[in-house]
Design a protein around this ligand. Structure first.
Ligand code: ZN
Length: 508
């Protein structure tokens, strides 16, 4: 830093101050968002939404201000940039990317878009409730139109859809995803078909019935402790849709939803969100308070929740250790059930219409359908009005089932009403990253599976902290996965993992 000139040093100081302020806005908005979804009084929602809208607009103004532009211009100059430390350099890259992108959209156009999408979400909600795609279609058409215009303004990468992908998974491309998803499809569709044809379907009868909510909560809390969730730096609450929010590394909040007739739904929801939370709680202290104190991409974030939920939480070893604990929380309910039987029951594969209820295997097929459709919208000019037809044909092709209504078809997800195109692939990228990261973990920790079966989950958490969590946004996803596994992202590890698991469960 000593080689930084006086005015550059001043610019750096101002830049750090400004980015810190942006992060502070984000934290307070995060608290308000959490509050809205965990029991804020209904009558206060309207004014609260206005307050949040005003704060968001302020935050946006700071990030796109002329001052930010000037500071970035100074700091990005080669002579100055060279003298910056690793964190400041990455911070400049990150803020500059946002700044450049946001400054390309005329404020008036963006305002229209915000109004449109906030209206569209309630129209979508109603359309879904009434199975009325026609009422939502004009909104979707406009959202797609705006998005097409934004892509033009941002600049088309290899294809228009590449521009969208990059927002959620930096450096990911259509060419790369076509390859990865093509490979997944080629191995997972036949696997799902073999499973459906297997005479060895797991018995799930003991998962039925009603289960005391307080006992569910206590068991969820027990597993959170086992995973090393820091209760002095986080909390567990309830919400309709489970989520995790990292306000800062010392305040990471997760939620779950207890269903009286499902003993595992809340538990796996909790484990999933805890995976997100471990990431946020264990970011290095030197990144705290900067915009780098978060996950590096949606895909990597999702890899951490899915690694814990599926690869650990739905493994046989995990239940060899924790089924006795579950029995203690639900006396008499699982006395006759063996860990093997429990393991098979929680891993049932069943092609279904609803993504969020899908099993670990067919989930990926739901994602590929959305990916193919989004690509058609932005790269091939598909009209949003034709979506139901295309949707249903893809479900028939990929999962062998056809929705009877648009509510359980094209209208099921909220994402498109908010203009979140390019987001869906993150979920399957998360599954692929998770399998590849877990393979590297097994190599580094030869006793890992025995440790999990003995309830020693902390060595894995510590390894992940070292390899993933502590870096926050300091490393790009592609860099991170190469450092961890020695190669770029592959589809094969996820396929190997799923084939091995389900061949055993379904005796294929
Ligand atoms: Zn998640």
């Amino acid at each position: 830093m000593n080689r930084t000139s006086g005015s550059a040093a001043q610019a750096l100081e101002k830049f750090r101050e400004l980015t810190r302020k942006i992060k502070q806005y984000e934290e307070i908005l995060g608290v308000a968002y959490w509050d809205m979804r965990t029991g804020a009084p209904r009558k206060g929602i309207e004014l609260r939404s206005e307050a949040m809208g005003a704060l968001s607009a302020d935050m946006f103004r700071l990030a796109t201000s002329d001052e930010m532009g000037e500071l970035l211009a100074t700091l990005a100059e080669a002579d100055v940039y060279r003298t910056l430390g690793e964190i400041d350099r990455r911070l400049v890259d990150e803020m500059k990317k946002d700044y450049d992108r946001n400054r390309k959209i005329p404020p008036e156009l963006y305002r229209e878009y915000v109004v449109l999408t906030s209206k569209a979400e309630s129209v979508w909600e109603e359309a879904k409730a009434n199975n009325d795609f026609a009422s939502f279609a004009p909104y979707l058409e406009q959202i797609v139109d705006y998005t097409r215009r934004f892509i033009e303004l941002w600049g088309v990468k290899d294809t228009p859809y590449d521009t969208l992908l990059d927002m959620y998974e930096p450096e990911m491309t259509v060419a790369e995803l076509d390859r990865l998803f093509g490979e997944l499809k080629a191995r997972l569709v036949p696997l799902a078909e073999a499973i459906a044809a297997s005479p060895h379907q797991p018995d799930t009868s003991f998962l039925q019935g009603t289960f005391d909510k307080e006992a569910q909560k206590q068991f969820s809390l027990h597993i959170l402790k086992e995973m090393g969730f820091d209760f002095a730096a986080g909390r567990l609450d309830e919400s309709v849709h489970p989520f995790a929010t990292g306000l800062n590394p010392g305040d990471v909040r997760i939620t779950t939803r207890y269903l009286p007739d499902d003993v595992v739904s809340a538990l796996f929801g909790t484990i999933h969100e805890c995976g997100h939370a471990l990431y946020e709680q264990n970011i290095a202290p030197e990144l705290a308070g900067t915009p780098l104190a978060t996950g590096t991409s949606m895909g990597i974030h999702e890899s951490q929740s899915r690694l814990w939920e599926n690869i650990v939480g739905r493994s046989l070893g995990f239940w060899q250790r924790y089924l006795p604990d579950l029995r203690r929380h639900f006396p008499g309910r699982f006395d006759e059930v063996t860990p093997e039987a429990f393991y098979r029951a929680i891993n049932v594969v069943q092609p279904s219409l609803i993504r969020i209820e899908a099993d670990e295997l067919t989930y990926n097929l739901h994602i590929m359908i959305r990916y193919e459709i989004e690509k058609m919208l932005f790269n091939e000019g598909l009209s949003p009005r034709d979506l139901p037809e295309v949707w249903n044909a893809k479900y028939k092709e990929m999962l062998g089932i056809t929705p009877q209504t648009d509510s359980e078809g094209v209208l099921q997800d909220v994402h498109w009403s908010g203009g979140s195109f390019g987001y869906f692939p993150s979920y399957s990228l998360g599954n692929m990253y998770a399998a590849q990261i877990m393979r590297a973990a097994r190599r580094a920790l030869p006793d890992l599976d025995a440790q999990i079966a003995a309830g020693q989950l902390l060595p894995l958490k510590e390894w992940l902290t070292e390899k993933v969590y502590r870096h926050g946004k300091l490393r790009q996803p592609a860099e991170l996965i190469r450092d961890i596994s020695g190669e770029p992202l592959q589809s094969g590890y996820l396929c190997d993992y799923l084939e091995e698991k389900y061949r055993d469960i379904y005796r294929l």
